[in-house]
Design a protein around this ligand. Structure first.
Ligand code: GDP
Ligand code: K
Ligand code: MG
Length: 301
């Protein structure tokens, strides 16, 4: 196909914003598939995750990043670096904000970064399902002058409200270009990585607040049985303290069993086959301050 003649458009769009504003939820909604895990805990997303949206008018490659926040350790610094670096590498930036007129230090920090960059910025006011319709204009007014926004689009990532409108707006800022990926490609994340992430998501969602920041998940084995009907998966949840290990396992193993059950359902969906999942828990003190262990647990740039 000659893409110049056909006016095919393609390019990169990055999602940025404070932790928990709904970046991963929005990306999953836009591509129509759950690739990035989500939860109500900050620092759920640790890697840069690339997904591909393909339709007749073109192809959008989305980059979901960890939120921009104050780093407290090496893992945190690694995450912030990823988020900040992508700003200048893409064709368009989607800056997600909460539906609020309050612009705090976190937003101010992002505004400074954006004003230094030449990339067009679409302000996405997310979670509009939580506010009254007539309030939306006041949020737009609060933000309008903060940056030279290319567009402002209110959406609900959770409900999919204004999804197509946002897609069309993104295409306006993409150059003519080739189809970079074939239409079956959805993500650059290896299956093993998504499986590990789905387990981490269930742990994040089920455990109390202080533990989730300190966990990682590794896959030791992922193997199809000879009959081709079941995949056996052995995975380990890494935590930082002995006391955390006890909580993750739970009374008579109840918590670990629940994490495993919920993760298995989604892994079976992803792999489209039956899964036998076995989970272990291991303590590695202060792994988040070790470059070696951060890499070892799958966080690579
Ligand atoms: P991220 O840290 O920016 O990637 O945020 P997540 O995608 O992990 O979402 C954080 C929390 O906000 C989750 O509990 C989501 O279910 C919730 N959330 C995301 N988008 C919406 C939305 O449009 N409406 C509502 N009500 N909740 C949302
Ligand atoms: K989150
Ligand atoms: Mg996220």
């Amino acid at each position: 196909m000659n893409y110049q003649e056909k006016k095919y458009k393609s390019g990169f769009a990055t999602l940025i914003g404070r932790p928990n504003v709904g970046k991963s939820t929005l990306m999953n909604q836009l591509i129509g598939q759950k690739i990035a895990i989500t939860s109500d805990k900050p620092q759920t997303t640790r890697n840069r995750i690339q997904t591909v949206y393909t339709e007749e008018q073109g192809q959008i490659i989305f980059l979901d990043t960890p939120g921009i926040h104050q780093a407290k350790n090496k893992l945190g610094q690694f995450m912030v670096n990823i988020a900040e670096r992508t700003i200048n590498e893409v064709d368009v930036i989607l800056w997600l904000v909460e539906p609020s007129t309050f612009i705090g230090a976190g937003e101010q920090h992002i505004i400074e970064k954006l004003n230094k960059s030449k990339t067009p910025v679409i302000l996405v006011i997310n979670k509009i399902d939580t506010v009254k319709k007539q309030e939306i204009l006041t949020f737009i007014d609060a933000y309008r002058d903060k940056c030279n926004f290319a567009e402002i689009v209110p959406v609900s990532a959770l409900k999919g409200e204004n999804k197509q409108q946002l897609i069309d707006v993104i295409f306006k800022y993409l150059p003519n270009g080739p189809m970079y990926f074939d239409e079956d490609t959805v993500t650059d994340q290896p299956e093993r990585q998504i499986v590990a992430e789905l387990i981490r998501e269930k742990a994040l969602r089920l455990l109390s607040d202080e533990i989730p920041h300190g966990i990682a998940v590794t896959i030791e084995r992922m193997k199809e049985r000879p009959d081709g009907k079941v995949i056996d998966i052995d995975a380990t949840i890494i935590c930082e303290r002995d006391s955390h290990k006890g909580i993750i396992i739970g009374k008579q193993g109840a918590m670990l069993k629940n994490i495993g059950m919920k993760a298995r359902v989604e892994i079976e969906n992803l792999l489209d086959t039956k899964v036998f999942l076995q989970l272990w828990v291991k303590v590695k003190k202060e792994w988040r301050d070790s470059d070696f262990l951060i890499k070892n647990y799958g966080y690579r740039e």
